[in-house]
Design a protein around this ligand. Sequence first.
Ligand code: UT7
Length: 324
Amino acid sequence: MARRSLVAGCGSYLPARVMTNAELAKTVDTTDEWIVQRTGIRERRIAAEGEYTSDLAVKAADAALSMAGMVADEIDLIVCATSTPDETFPATATRIQTQLGMTRGAAFDVQAVCSGFVYGLAVADNFIRAGQANTALVIGAETFSRILDWQDRSTCVLFGDGAGAVVLQGVESNGGSKARGVLSTHIYSDGRHHDALYVDGGPSTTGTAGHLRMDGREVFRHAVVRMAEAIDTALEANGLTPGDIDWLVPHQANLRIIEAMARRLNLPSDRVVVTVDRHANTSAASIPLALCQAVHDKRIQQGDLILMEAMGGGFTWGSALLRW
Ligand code: UT7
């Protein structure tokens, strides 16, 4: 018997305001046609003035706790994956902790940009496996609209705001790939690729929050190769093959990247959860948002094998396998 992390609940939240491609085309030199063809994105959500990353996160966390039938004080650990924290410090996770009314345990942030949820899941899963926590909230929450250069058409059309969360609970398991829970997580980084995707500001450099800068073509090229490697490693580590996967729940950056991953796994499109058309790229929030969508519309059923993969600034990348 071994300890494993079961997903006891998931929840998500999107800000009310929808921004369409047509609306963006009024302010930058772009078209709905270009954005849809190159990315699959049709619209994104934008947080309201005064609505912060922690506010989105709390709503997602509340929904996840309610699905799990748990209250915040039963949680030992909050890991919030975000690159758009409310403040430089303290961690957004501690704000979430207070707003949830939780006065025990520990809360901290994880920074791995678009791979943040896979990183957060890896951290929390390892705490649970090691026995240092029995329950954890893993949250991906972002307000990327606040760090976009709204004059730069090559980046401002790509991102959106949102949050998703899962509640993990430690269970005793026979450890096999048929048993429910997180089967494995694999995370990687290579800091040599800093210049391909970064924010040109920060407390120690400019003293400002800065704006997102990206060489999209370079990120695209690496994303396809690195995520494919991480998927192969995940399957191999569990003695599984692509044919065993029921659902691909990928990071939602670009429909072309998602389709390339699905083709490589020989997965039909109805086994791939796609939200990039309505959410755009919500960075660390994109995987839990997509996961919740497919759980709540009942596509994902108990016992299904879910593959998650992501790639982001750093570069960071990784994969996770989960038996629902
Ligand atoms: O989540 C983190 C990971 N991020 C990603 O995975 C993003 C990966 N990259 C991508 O998704 C794609 O590279 C983009 C969607 C960012 C760009 O698509 P692309 O097919 O790689 O286009 P490109 O960068 O090669 O640009 C093609 C053309 C350029 O014009 P020229 O140089 O060919 O004349 C751009 O200036 O499209 C132009 N362009 C635009 N045109 C209209 C760039 N942005 C826009 C725009 N509207 N918004």
